[in-house]
Ligand binder design. Structure first.
Ligand code: ZN
Length: 134
């Protein structure tokens, strides 16, 4: 795995949290995107070399809504950049991790993504993401 690509934060209201993170980071979000397959609206911030993804649920039964109901707002996942997501998934399965996806799927920000089950990763939801070549 390569660098931390971004940190995902579950929020109740994207507009409110966009304003909060604008104040916190001293910079505006640079894009917003809805991911229908995940029932989320996302916004992205850059802070130096780092990236923060805010996630608001668009469906009260969606994964982000469920997360907030259980744990409240906060850090939802850590995403690592990978060069070859299929190989990395194979390697992690072999190491005993449970993956939440059979195959990579299209995520926000032009990425192929897959998730490692937090139960097998010390409670951390780990996202693998590979840039889709344009
Ligand atoms: Zn993410």
């Amino acid at each position: 795995m390569d660098k931390i690509e971004h940190i995902g934060i579950a929020v109740k209201d994207l507009d409110t949290s966009n304003r909060l993170f604008e104040k916190l980071l001293g910079t505006s979000h640079y894009k917003m995107e809805e991911v229908l397959s995940e029932s989320v609206k996302t916004s992205f911030f850059k802070s130096g070399p780092n990236k923060i993804e805010l996630l608001e649920s668009t469906d009260e039964d969606g994964p982000i809504a469920k997360f907030i109901a259980k744990k409240g707002e906060g850090v939802h996942h850590i995403a690592f950049a990978v060069d070859d997501i299929v190989e990395e998934m194979k390697r992690l399965r072999k190491e005993g991790f449970t993956l939440l996806n059979e195959t990579p799927k299209k995520g926000a920000d032009n990425k192929l993504v897959a998730f490692v089950h937090p139960k097998t990763a010390n409670g951390i939801l780990v996202e693998l993401c590979q840039e889709i070549e344009k």
